[in-house]
Design a protein around this ligand. Structure first.
Ligand SMILES: Nc1ncnc2c1ncn2[C@@H]1O[C@H](COP(=O)(O)OP(=O)(O)OP(=O)(O)O)[C@@H](O)[C@H]1O
Ligand SMILES: [Mg+2]
Length: 234
């Protein structure tokens, strides 16, 4: 169980304090898929970055299995089993796909293991394992490689920030299957896409740094269809 307790986040912009997250209280149970949606700028990425420890909350705490992890570093949270795929994937000059998969994985991966992971994200291993993770890869390829590193990690909490961004419509089915198969972890997905919202156990809607709505998918999805708060695509 992952919990956020009264999380707040403010940043200083032009000497003025800007409130970005306000009193976020959420619980994420084991083996469930949570999809967070909401307007651009509503604070979704900020929330995931705080849970991962990339930025630090101004107030409040994050608990994982009853332990307060608020003061742990990114590395320590990663060791606890938390992983995060960025909205804008990171490039690593000089590092090849096979290196990154091996860094992500606890055990050394052989070619068959890499092939299995890369095929789940729609990439053919022989074309990619020796490629450097630099800006010569397309946006969609980078996004897929980042998803593959999260799969290789076999983490207990997987957080994906708009995993569909840059992924072509033809591959959407594979993407949703991939998430549905990750059923022995907590999966938190930020998305604007209806097809991703449909695979959620629970949906959380954010607006202006607050939780506007949260609940079972079957209760929340119909409300989103008729409102402007979610701005669903697809
Ligand atoms: N360090 C910062 N300084 C100033 N403003 C910030 C800072 N970090 C985030 N913001 C602002 O906080 C708001 C929330 O940003 P965030 O990236 O969490 O939004 P989001 O919900 O992920 O949006 P999107 O759907 O566009 O990805 C935005 O208005 C953003 O400009
Ligand atoms: Mg975002």
């Amino acid at each position: 169980m992952l919990k956020t307790n009264d999380l707040c986040y403010s940043a200083i912009e032009n000497d003025v304090e800007k409130r970005i997250l306000h009193n976020i209280n959420l619980s994420f149970a084991d083996n469930k898929i949570y999809v967070i949606t909401g307007q651009n700028g509503s604070g979704k990425s900020t929330l995931l970055k705080i849970i991962m420890g990339i930025i630090h909350q101004s107030q409040g705490d994050v608990f994982y299995d009853g332990k307060n992890i608020s003061n742990l570093s990114i590395y320590e949270r990663s060791k606890l089993g938390i992983s995060f795929a960025f909205q804008q994937p990171v490039t690593f000059k000089g590092i090849k796909v096979k290196d990154l998969l091996n860094i992500a994985s606890e055990e050394k991966l052989n070619l068959a293991g890499m092939c299995e992971i890369l095929s789940k994200v729609g990439l053919c291993a022989k074309n990619y394992i020796d490629r450097e993770i630099n800006d010569k890869l397309s946006g969609g390829e980078l996004k897929r490689i980042e998803l593959a590193t999260v799969l290789a990690r076999k983490a207990k909490i997987n957080m994906f920030d708009e995993p569909e961004a840059g992924i072509d419509l033809w591959s959407f089915e594979n993407l949703t299957t991939l998430f549905k198969d990750m059923d022995n972890s907590i999966n938190i997905i930020v998305s604007h896409q209806r097809k991703i919202l449909e695979i959620a156990d629970e949906i959380i809607v954010m607006k202006d740094g607050e939780i506007l709505l949260k609940g079972e998918k079957d209760d929340v999805l119909p409300m989103l269809s008729n409102s402007s708060c979610g701005r669903l695509r697809g």
